[in-house]
Design a protein around this ligand. Structure first.
Ligand code: UD2
Length: 309
């Protein structure tokens, strides 16, 4: 049985990955402080070992890594709210960067030999550069502490790999949606907020004209991409966009969601959100070259998501 560490494994993306790993008969260790994740997101299984700890608990993390000698490590724990990182740039930096660099140090110093270390970064690293689609070689312009930490940590992960012979890879997620996404903050993914408003009948605020576009990728496609990236030898030292390559605007998404749910959303128009990016879509050629294809179009993904709820 392969032994796998998932930091942030009780969160939205992490816990969906844990589900898949358990299905694949892996022994999964989850470290999550439950600041955003939930214990109930995790499958009940004797193959899931849960530790309610922060990744900045350095002493704990070092002992865990040395003791367990993981074959695969997914670094997914982070303060995912851009707004929080603007309000608390230093304390979030400790989580979003220091803790991961420390883990790389633990691996290096103890000469650990994981088969792969995967770090999850974000499309936020591209910032507001208007050039589209965003390819991995597009201009980087991290604007928030969140994006700065994501970009810098990517570089640490990739270059630790090159300097010290550790197999590493990083992903840049675009707009991931699906079951277990927590809708409770205004900075949650927009689709989870819309789903919540549709269920409760509360009004939904559209920031701006609703013509902003995003590359929405369903969680199952994201998990499939993660599985492919850790299994593949030639991904070492590279960063991959994880997205569909298709852009959809917010108005269109609302109309699809209304059809799927057979409910009418009460829409209230507000001023555009400060710092928002108007258009976003990924170039997914690099991932496609590994044989990847996003399988879930937005119409299908929204239906699955709604059925789950
Ligand atoms: C995503 C990430 C963010 C950061 C950013 C980098 C999520 C949840 N957020 O932000 O962490 O990486 O990309 O570019 O993945 N909107 C509304 N009403 C609402 C909520 C949102 O109109 O109640 C709009 C929002 O103004 C934006 C669009 O919907 O234009 C998408 O918002 P989002 O927060 O889901 O995602 P995004 O791409 O802005």
């Amino acid at each position: 049985m392969e032994k796998i560490l998932v930091t942030g494994g009780a969160g939205f993306i992490g816990s969906n990955l844990v589900d898949k790993l358990v299905q694949k008969d892996c022994e999964v260790y989850v470290v999550d402080d439950l600041s955003m994740g939930k214990r109930s997101n995790l499958p009940r299984s004797e193959h899931v070992h849960f530790f309610q700890r922060s990744i900045i608990d350095f002493d704990f993390m070092e002992k865990l890594l040395v003791r367990e000698q993981f074959e695969y490590i997914f670094l997914m724990a982070a303060v995912a709210s851009v707004a929080d990182t603007v309000v608390h740039p230093y304390s979030t930096h400790r989580v979003n960067q220091d803790a991961d660099v420390f883990l790389l140090e633990v691996i290096r110093k103890n000469n650990l030999k994981p088969k792969k270390v995967l770090f999850t970064s974000s499309a936020a690293v591209y910032g507001d550069d208007p050039q589209l689609p965003k390819g991995e070689m597009s201009r980087i312009n991290p604007l928030s502490p969140y994006a700065i930490d994501k970009y810098a940590t990517e570089r640490f992960v990739i270059n630790y790999g090159k300097l010290y012979g550790i197999n590493t890879v990083a992903t840049r997620f675009f707009n991931v949606y699906g079951p277990k996404q927590n809708p409770k903050s205004p900075y949650s993914g927009v689709l989870s907020i819309i789903a919540d408003c549709l269920s409760s009948g509360s009004p939904f605020n559209v920031f701006g004209d609703g013509e902003q576009t995003r590359d929405f990728v369903y969680i199952d496609d994201v998990v499939a991409a993660l599985m492919l990236l850790i299994r593949s030898e030639n991904t070492n030292g590279y960063v991959y966009n994880v997205a569909t390559g298709i852009s959809t605007d917010l108005n269109e998404v609302i109309s699809i969601f209304e059809k799927v749910s057979e409910k009418k959303l009460t829409v209230v128009h507000k001023d555009p959100r400060k710092g928002d990016i108007k258009y976003s879509v990924a170039d997914v050629t690099r991932l496609s070259n590994l044989g990847y294809e996003a399988m879930v179009p937005i119409t299908v993904g929204l239906r699955r998501y709604w059925n789950f709820l």
